[in-house]
Design a binder for this molecule. Structure first.
Ligand SMILES: *Cc1c(COP(=O)(O)O)cnc(C)c1O
Length: 385
């Protein structure tokens, strides 16, 4: 492997850069997963996760990426023909609908223009029209568009209905404000490799009492590996997982969560807000149009439109080959049209300033007339905030 990776700035919206103490934790010896040592590691990790999720609800650590937790959220609550309202503001919102269809449920889609957010009133209208909706899914931070949804306000709506409230906080937990209990979230999912700055491969899920009622009554569900009742039984009886977990990733997650809690959630969210503000201001100063609507802009990832004549592969190629900085392109119909800068996890001022400076150099190299120095404007924002 090229050792360049050590010096690389990974400015994509996940996986994100992992601090050395988290990476080192993975070098601890492999231990049996049916031992007291693993049980106490797991319990400690789950207790820390609950603090970060801000919940008293049952919480489980899953070996598998964020999508495994999304899959688990759906497969345990529905059976053939069950209706789920999927709020779709981008690629990950769409993924929930695909999972519902995969389990032979019926996805009722609320499609919102990509780059914007859902209106809680629109959710209420659909819930009033269909009284048999079993759950509502929403993605807090839509990583594909750089827009976020008002999950607190949507939670205020959903709590008055029978439907369960399922929220994907994969690219927001540990970077943006999430409070599972206050936001009335029945099932909340997250992943290790985004704002939590742990390596990829783990995810987590929280389950409310209201959700357990539905899960226990679901007598015709499909699926085996991600059966929540099995996870509950093993955890309650032995502080274990039903199948072999990634022991070494659990060590890493535990240390990553320590770092989140040491910094404090409030401070961490403020850091992300500050970096987002500097990034947006810099891009706009350079003459680059932001993609997400102003009212919906994410604090963990910034999306921007390519100006006329700037080709995605050339722009990101210069950033990567010449400057060793990796940013993301667009997904689905946004491929070639936007680029995305992830400023999540352990990202700080120097990473953001270096990225913005090199974005400016790459744009100039490709012939774009930069209006004003983005770095200067970003510095002013960072000094103010
Ligand atoms: C990254 C991400 C996921 C999960 O993707 P995996 O590749 O399975 O980890 C889900 N939702 C959102 C919003 C994401 O950003």
């Amino acid at each position: 492997m090229k050792l360049d990776a050590v010096k690389r700035l990974l400015m994509i919206p996940g996986p994100t850069m992992v601090p050395p103490e988290v990476l080192n934790a993975m070098a601890m010896p492999v231990i049996g997963h049916r031992t007291k040592d693993y049980s106490s590691l797991l319990e400690d990790t789950v207790e820390k996760l609950k603090k970060v999720f801000m919940t008293e609800n049952d919480t489980f650590l899953i070996t598998g990426s964020g999508t495994a937790a999304m899959d688990m959220a759906i497969s345990n609550i529905i059976k053939r023909g069950d209706k789920v309202l999927n709020i779709i503001t981008g690629n990950f919102g769409e993924r929930f609908a695909n999972i519902v269809n995969a389990y032979k449920g019926e996805a009722v889609k609320l499609n919102i223009e990509w780059g914007d957010m859902a209106d809680p009133e629109a959710v209420k209208e659909i819930l009033d029209k269909h009284d048999d909706i079993k759950a509502v899914t929403v993605v807090h931070n839509e990583t594909s568009t750089g827009a976020r949804n008002p999950i607190k306000e949507i939670g205020e709506v959903v709590k008055d209905y029978n439907a369960l409230y399922i929220v994907d906080t994969v690219s927001s937990l540990g970077g943006d404000y999430v409070n599972v209990d206050k936001f009335n979230i029945d099932i909340c999912v997250t992943g290790s490799q985004k704002c939590l700055a742990a390596p990829p491969g783990l995810s987590a899920i929280t389950v409310s009492e209201k959700a357990w009622e539905v899960i226990k009554k679901n007598d015709d569900k499909v699926g085996f590996y991600l059966d929540l009742l099995a996870y509950k039984k093993y955890y309650e009886e032995k502080r274990q997982t039903p199948y072999t977990p990634s022991v070494n990733l659990t060590y890493a997650m535990n240390v990553a969560l320590d770092l989140v809690l040491e910094e404090g959630i409030e401070n961490r969210v403020k850091r992300h807000e500050r970096l987002a503000k500097a990034t947006r201001a810099a891009l706009e100063a350079m003459g680059i149009e932001l993609f997400a609507k102003e009212r919906a802009r994410s604090v963990t990832v910034t999306s921007a439109k390519y100006p006329e004549g700037i080709e995605d592969s050339k722009f990101r190629g210069i950033l990567s080959n010449k400057y060793n900085i990796v940013v993301a392109g667009g997904q689905k119909h946004l491929a070639g049209k936007i680029f995305r800068i992830g400023h999540m996890g352990i990202c700080g001022e120097k990473e953001v300033l270096a990225t913005l400076a090199c974005v400016e150099l790459a744009l100039k190299e490709l012939g774009f007339e930069v209006k004003e120095s983005g770095v200067e404007v970003a510095k002013d924002v960072l000094l103010e905030e």
